[in-house]
Design a binder for this molecule. Structure first.
Ligand code: ZN
Length: 78
């Protein structure tokens, strides 16, 4: 019985390790074209964090890292 459980655990371990490896290499392949090194970075006007232009929230030429920071920034000024 103990041997069976150990065997199943081993199989599960191999299964998860393979899935993790597959996902990691797939993620790297997918990420590279989406974030080329040449993409412009935008500094968040609220916290200063730099985010790729495609992911930034840009309002009136001012960039933010997230809609939340856009909202907070406008709240500060009001
Ligand atoms: Zn921010």
């Amino acid at each position: 019985m103990r041997t069976l459980i150990l065997f199943l655990l081993l199989l599960a371990g191999i299964y998860f390790a393979r899935r993790l490896l597959a996902r990691t290499s797939e993620g790297l392949r997918k990420r590279q074209p989406r974030h080329p090194a040449s993409e412009r970075m935008v500094a968040c006007a609220h916290c200063g964090l730099h985010v790729p232009e495609s992911e930034a929230v840009i309002v009136d030429g001012v960039g933010f890292c997230s809609p939340e920071h856009r909202r907070l920034h406008h709240d500060d000024r009001a």
